[in-house]
Design a binder for this molecule. Structure first.
Ligand code: NAD
Length: 278
């Protein structure tokens, strides 16, 4: 049957990114690093943006690096200009750089703690949406990295959660504003991923173990899993998804897993046993 759409991926190898220019922020580590490799493997020319210098990796992958702070608008405007000067345009923007400071309850949250998360995790997405899409052609894609904390709550993560809800909100507004130009905007919402960010927390190991037990799949997300989802959303094989926060959570938010149910049941029985002894 004749397609009713101008389907740009028709006739190309699956999820092919050959000839596309892909900017990735937070490219030096974790999800960003895995995403750069994945998109480059699929044929994209990468532009690696990070506070850290990524020149060696960029050269190895045939791209360029731009050292930039995503919370500073001028830095991101300069990174976008460098990409366009060198390659003529940007087809894919992955606004992924982010931070997670030590969690604190709302009662102890300071303006600095709140603003630092907002500056990097929310403004970083805003500046990426604003500057990386200026010359983006039809068929372009933006993928932001939000978090499970962008769609649900977790105690003591008020500042982080608020910044990630912003990232989801900006994704949805971006989809509305850029859709008429043929550009899709989505975001990924992972639970804990096996990256340095997770291990920066004192309780990282315990968090990983609990999440594994809580997940029906009994898995922890690897950065390559997140990169695979970014690749799916960046490619134009399925060009009809936009404005979506996509959960990547090993099934945790689907319901109460057997592992959690058993652990709670055991705790309740232990408490009941203790009560009977007392
Ligand atoms: P990571 O710490 O391994 O990598 C983050 C990268 O971002 C680093 O290379 C760092 O230098 C860079 N960065 C930090 N602040 C920056 C700034 N102001 N400007 C430019 N670059 C900056 O962390 P990760 O786990 O790969 O995190 C990537 C994204 O995934 C973040 O947005 C994070 O909030 C999100 N996320 C992570 C997890 C997790 O458990 N690791 C879960 C959900 C969401």
């Amino acid at each position: 049957m004749t397609s009713l759409n101008d389907d740009s991926a028709a006739g190309r190898p699956m999820f092919d990114l050959e000839g596309k220019v892909a900017v990735v922020t937070g490219a030096a580590s974790g999800i960003g690093e895995a995403t750069v490799r994945r998109l480059a493997d699929a044929g994209a020319t990468p532009v690696l943006v990070d506070l850290v210098d990524c020149s060696d990796e960029a050269e190895r992958l045939g791209g360029i690096a731009a050292q930039a702070d995503v919370s500073v608008e001028d830095d991101i405007a300069a990174a976008a200009a460098a990409a366009v000067d060198r390659f003529g345009r940007i087809d894919i923007a992955v606004n992924n750089a982010g931070i997670a400071l030590d969690p604190v309850p709302i009662s102890e949250t300071t303006p600095e703690h709140f603003r630092r998360h907002a500056d990097v995790n929310a403004l970083g997405v805003l500046w990426g949406l604003k500057h990386f899409t200026k010359s983006m052609p039809r068929g372009g894609a933006v993928v932001n990295t939000a978090s499970i904390c962008g769609v649900t709550a977790f105690p003591e993560y008020g500042s982080y959660t608020s910044s990630k809800y912003s990232a989801v909100g900006l994704t949805q507004v971006g989809a509305m504003e850029l859709g008429p130009r043929g550009i899709r905007v989505n975001c990924i919402c992972p639970t804990s991923v096996n990256t340095p960010m997770l291990w920066n927390f004192a309780e990282g190991e315990a968090e990983a173990a609990v999440l594994k037990a809580a997940s029906p799949l009994s898995m922890i997300i690897e950065p390559e899993h997140a990169a695979a989802l970014v690749h799916f959303l960046a490619a134009d094989d399925c060009p009809v998804i936009s404005g979506q926060p996509i959960l990547i959570d090993c099934g945790i938010t689907a319901g109460i897993s057997g592992g959690i149910w058993e652990a709670v049941q055991e705790a309740v029985e232990r408490e009941a046993g203790k009560g009977a002894e007392d």
